[in-house]
Design a protein around this ligand. Structure first.
Ligand SMILES: [Zn+2]
Length: 257
């Protein structure tokens, strides 16, 4: 085993610097897929694109996730769960004017067909229709019906961002929020002295994450004024669509009056 490890490490040392990050990931995913027991290689269904077959692994921020990515539309677990939520729970009257932060292409078509106006936003110029900083959103009060932000809150100061989302939503409007959460933690893990990309990766799971949320994320959302409901991925959905068991969509609604 030791010899095998040494040889493996040497191969990686020789090979890795010559390959692009993308190719390295492709190669690693191939090895991961091939090394799984055959009985574990089971087909899943993608509710977004209709693909049925094996899904690809992903090197997530704090774990390797098998069956995470649809090879056809590149949807991940949370995107497939959102599609299922849209189909079963989205309001019949539609989603009105929709603002999608850090937009994922795999979800765009689904949302467009359900809203009156679809706009995308990102803090990096060129990535979306609007350049917006979630901590200080350059949009008028009560100007948006529905907001979606998947895995954005862990990149920003949520104590600034959540009140901003509340402010731009019309009364009765809804923000659909997802973020990595360690549900067994009562308190979120944050430390403003941790600022380098390497330390943030180690502590918060990614070089540009500033927090790892615990179950107190509920209180933090409510503290901005929202009424909070949650949609939670169940076991049957996980088994059929390759979702994360217990994956949660935070449904933060600005009270109607
Ligand atoms: Zn798909």
């Amino acid at each position: 085993m030791g010899m095998l490890n040494k040889a493996g490490i040497r191969t990686v040392e020789l090979l890795a610097p010559r390959l692009s990050q993308h190719r390295r990931e492709r190669l690693a995913k191939l090895f991961v897929s091939m090394s799984r027991p055959v009985a574990e290689q089971q087909p899943y269904t993608c509710p977004l694109c209709g693909y049925s077959g094996l899904f690809d692994p992903i090197f997530g921020s704090n774990a390797l996730r098998f069956d995470a990515e649809c090879p056809s539309c590149q949807s991940r677990e949370r995107h497939r769960f959102i599609k299922l939520w849209l189909v079963s729970e989205a309001p019949e009257e539609g989603l009105g004017s929709f603002l999608h932060f850090a937009p994922e292409p795999s979800l765009e078509r689904e949302i467009r067909s359900r809203c009156m106006e679809y706009r995308t936003a990102d803090i990096t110029p060129g990535r979306a229709d609007l350049v917006l900083n979630m901590e200080s959103i350059d949009l008028p009060d009560a100007s948006v019906d529905t907001i979606m932000a998947n895995h954005v809150l862990e990149h920003v100061d949520d104590r600034k961002a959540l009140p901003e989302l509340f402010r731009i939503l019309r009364p009765g409007g809804l923000a659909l929020l997802t973020t990595p959460v360690t549900h067994a933690w009562q308190h979120s893990y944050e430390d403003p002295s941790i600022t380098t990309p390497e330390a943030r990766h180690r502590h918060f799971g990614q070089a540009d994450h500033v927090v790892f949320f615990g179950s107190d994320i509920d209180d933090r959302i409510r503290a901005a004024g929202f009424d909070l409901e949650k949609a939670v991925a169940d076991g049957a959905q996980a088994a059929k669509y390759g979702l994360i068991r217990g994956d949660t969509i935070y449904l933060a609604r600005r009270p109607a009056a």
